[in-house]
Ligand binder design. Structure first.
Ligand code: IMP
Ligand code: MG
Length: 173
């Protein structure tokens, strides 16, 4: 078991996600489709959908799966979509949701695919942003937390499929 240092505890996450729900609601139409990137966004999506409801939104929920990040800590740089982009996003406002913006490749690639699938408008939302790691141009419209060059786990985010269950966000040594 590796050492995990808590970066954001449950109360901090709840407060930030509630605020994000209000920020998103103030910007996007009520009938937005939240498109989460699996698996890392699953916990965040569940909380964000309810935060949006409390802010007066009524989002639809979809997920897409990108090709595996591998079991190491480095991105392969080769991002592909597994399966199909949901047809229900055509002509609708969409917020693309991922756990982390790291090199930026996942957001850029998934965004290209959603645009090609005919979304009306597209915003992006990262629970955790790591701007110092960027390799392609990518600035998420909505950001939960900003961190430096650390590897984070918990609240849906894994390392080699471990730690997704942690209710807080921590850094892994
Ligand atoms: P990007 O395409 O390089 O921006 O990488 C985004 C994806 O890499 C995220 O959705 C995560 O799956 C993974 N990733 C990047 N940094 C971390 C981290 O610190 N912890 C866990 N996964 C990470
Ligand atoms: Mg991911």
């Amino acid at each position: 078991m590796n050492d995990i240092r808590t970066l954001f505890d449950e109360a901090e996450i709840a407060g930030r996600v509630a605020a994000l729900g209000r920020e998103i609601r103030a910007t996007v139409p009520a009938d937005v489709v939240l498109v989460g990137i699996l698996k890392g966004s699953f916990v965040f999506m569940a909380d964000l959908a309810r935060a949006l409801d409390r802010a007066g939104g009524r989002p639809r929920i979809e997920f897409i799966r990108l090709s595996s990040y591998g079991s190491g800590k480095q991105s392969s740089g080769d991002v592909r979509v597994v399966g199909e982009v949901p047809a229900s996003i055509r002509g609708r406002p969409v917020v693309l949701i991922d756990d982390i913006a790291d090199t930026g490749r996942s957001f850029v690639r998934a965004g290209e695919l959603l645009r090609a699938a005919g979304v009306a408008r597209l915003w992006t939302c990262a629970l955790v942003d790591k701007p110092s790691r960027r390799e392609v141009e990518c600035l998420p419209d909505f950001i939960g937390f900003t961190v430096g060059d650390v590897f984070v786990v918990g609240y849906g985010i894994d390392h080699a499929e471990e730690y997704r269950h942690l209710p807080y966000i921590g850094s892994l040594d």
